[in-house]
Design a protein. Structure first.
Lengths: 138, 324
C-alpha cells in the first residue's frame, strides 16, 4: 500500500489537535451558555432587552450597549453574555495551534515550501484574531 | 444502539429548549429596564426568537445533510430573511455555524486521508486572507447593499447547483508545473470498490486565483463556501469528487476562522444567536446522517434548491426595499 493512502504524519498531528480542541471548545460553549441562561452571572445586556439590540447594525449596537469591540470582552467575562466568548474564541482560535503543531514536522521533513506556507497561515490567522483590523461602520 | 442515539438527541433538544425557556423565567423575575423593550412592542416574548432559531436550525441541519449542502449557505439567507436579527449578526453567526461544522468534520476527514492537507494548505492561505478582506468589506457595506448582493449570490448558487456537473474521477492527463513543484498528489482508498485511487491536479494557478473570489465572498456573506470550493477543486483543478468534498469541508475550518475573527472583533457576534444555532444545526446534522442511510436524497436536493431560490429572492427584494 502506498504510504499516501494513510494520512501523513503532519496530517495526523493536525487532526489529533483539532479533534481535542474542537471538543473542548464545544464543551466550553455549552457550559458557558448554560451559565448565561441560568442567570448565575448577570449579563451586560439584560435578556429581555436583547430584541432592542439584535435588530440594530453592529456599530449602533456597540454604541447603544456601551460595548467596546476587539478583545475588550476579556475584561467582561464576569458578565453572563460575555462569558460565552471564551468558547467562541476557543473555537475560532483552535486552527492556529494546529498549524503551529505541524510547522516543525514540515521543516524536519525538509518540506520548506509548506513549512513557510504554514507560517504565513499562522500570521494571517493571528492578524485576523488580533483585533487590529477594524471594519468601517455603515 | 440506534434507540440510544435517538434518546440522546431528543434529550439534547429538550435540554436546549428548556434552557432558553429557563432564561425567560429568570429574566422575567427582574424588573424591566427603563428603556422600553422591543418585547413590549411585540406580541413575541424575547425568548421566542432564540427558541424558534434553535428549532429552525435543527431542521436546517437535517435538510443540509440530506441536500448535500453546508449549513452556512442555508443559514444566512433564511435567518437573515425571516428573523428579526440584523444581517451583521446573522453573518457572524452563519460563519460560526459553518466553522463549527467544519471543525467537527475536519479531524475524521484528515485521519481517513479523504481531506488532503497538501491540497488545502496553499488554497487556505489565499482563501483565508481574502476572507478577511471580504469580512471587512461586508461589515462596511450598508445592509441594503449586502442583501442585494447576497440575494444575487444565493441565486447564483442555485444556478451552480442546477447546472454544475460532478466528476467522480476527473481526467487529468498531466499535472501542471505548480502542482508538481508543490507535490499536490495523492492516493485514497475507495471503500465502495476496494481500489486505491491515484490522483493529481491541473490548472492550479487558475484554481488558486478563483479562491481569491471565493474567500472574499465567504467573508462578505458569512456563507461558508463549500458550494464554490467543490466545483473548483473537482471540475477546474481535477481532484476526485470525494477528495474535493472532504478537502472543501476541512478548508472551511480555516477560511471561516479568519473571517469569523473579524466579525468577533468588530462586535458582530451575539451568543444568544450563535449558541442555539450551532447546537441546533449540529443535532440536526446527526439526525440527518441517520435519515440519509434510509432515504433517497434526490428529492430533498430539489427542496433545498427551492428553499434557496425563495430565500435568495427574499434577500434581494429586501435589499431593493420591495419586500420588507
Amino acid at each position: 500500500m502506498d504510504k499516501k493512502v494513510m494520512a501523513t504524519e503532519e496530517q495526523l498531528a493536525y487532526a489529533k489537535l483539532l479533534d481535542s480542541g474542537m471538543k473542548t471548545g464545544l464543551l466550553i460553549l455549552i457550559v458557558t451558555f448554560a451559565v448565561y441562561m441560568s442567570a448565575v452571572l448577570t449579563p451586560h445586556v439584560p435578556l429581555e432587552e436583547l430584541p432592542n439590540y439584535w435588530k440594530m447594525p453592529v456599530h449602533k449596537y456597540l454604541a447603544a450597549a456601551d460595548i467596546h469591540p476587539g478583545w475588550a470582552w476579556l475584561g467582561m467575562v464576569g458578565k453572563g453574555d460575555f462569558l460565552n466568548f471564551i468558547g467562541i474564541a476557543f473555537l475560532a482560535g483552535v486552527t492556529i495551534p494546529c498549524y503551529i503543531r505541524i510547522i516543525p514536522i514540515l521543516f524536519a521533513k525538509k518540506d520548506t515550501t509548506y513549512g513557510v506556507l504554514a507560517i504565513i497561515e499562522v500570521l494571517v490567522l493571528a492578524l485576523a484574531a488580533s483585533g487590529i483590523l477594524k471594519a468601517g461602520g455603515h | 444502539m440506534a434507540r440510544k442515539h435517538v434518546k440522546f438527541i431528543a434529550l439534547a433538544v429538550v435540554f436546549f429548549a428548556v434552557l432558553i425557556t429557563a432564561g425567560f423565567v429568570f429574566a422575567s423575575g427582574e424588573p424591566p429596564a427603563s428603556v422600553p423593550t422591543a418585547a413590549a412592542n411585540s406580541a413575541m416574548p424575547w425568548w421566542a426568537w432564540p427558541l424558534i432559531l434553535f428549532i429552525v436550525t435543527f431542521f436546517m441541519g437535517i435538510v443540509a445533510v440530506l441536500g448535500g449542502v453546508g449549513g452556512g449557505v442555508l443559514f444566512v439567507p433564511i435567518i437573515g430573511g425571516f428573523f428579526p436579527f440584523h444581517i451583521d449578526f446573522v453573518r457572524g453567526a452563519g460563519l460560526l455555524v459553518a466553522l463549527a461544522g467544519a471543525l467537527a468534520a475536519g479531524p475524521g476527514l484528515l485521519k481517513k486521508g479523504m481531506a488532503d492537507l497538501r491540497l488545502a494548505i496553499p488554497v487556505a492561505v489565499i482563501a483565508s486572507s481574502c476572507a478577511i478582506v471580504g469580512a471587512m468589506i461586508g461589515l462596511a457595506l450598508p445592509a441594503k447593499t449586502v442583501n442585494i448582493a447576497l440575494g444575487g449570490t444565493i441565486l447564483g448558487i442555485v444556478g451552480i447547483m442546477l447546472l454544475a456537473k460532478k466528476s467522480e474521477y476527473p481526467d487529468v492527463p498531466k499535472a501542471d508545473n505548480l502542482s508538481t513543484v508543490l507535490r499536490i498528489t495523492g492516493v485514497y482508498h475507495e471503500v465502495s470498490t476496494g481500489q486505491d485511487i491515484n490522483w493529481k491536479i491541473h490548472r492550479t494557478p487558475q484554481g488558486l486565483a478563483t479562491f481569491i473570489v471565493i474567500g472574499v465572498m465567504a467573508g462578505m456573506f458569512g456563507l461558508g463556501a463549500g458550494w464554490a470550493n467543490v466545483p473548483v477543486l473537482n471540475l477546474m483543478m481535477g481532484a476526485p469528487l470525494k477528495v474535493s468534498v472532504a478537502t472543501s469541508k476541512f478548508l472551511l475550518s480555516i477560511t471561516d476562522t479568519s473571517a469569523a475573527w473579524i466579525y468577533v472583533n468588530n462586535g458582530a457576534v451575539l451568543p444568544m444567536m450563535v449558541v442555539p444555532s450551532i447546537i441546533g444545526i449540529m443535532l440536526g446534522s446527526i439526525v440527518g446522517v441517520r435519515i440519509l442511510t434510509r432515504t433517497k436524497p434526490a428529492a430533498v436536493r430539489y427542496i433545498v434548491i427551492a428553499m434557496l431560490l425563495f430565500a435568495g429572492s427574499r434577500a434581494m427584494l429586501k435589499g431593493l426595499e420591495i419586500w420588507n
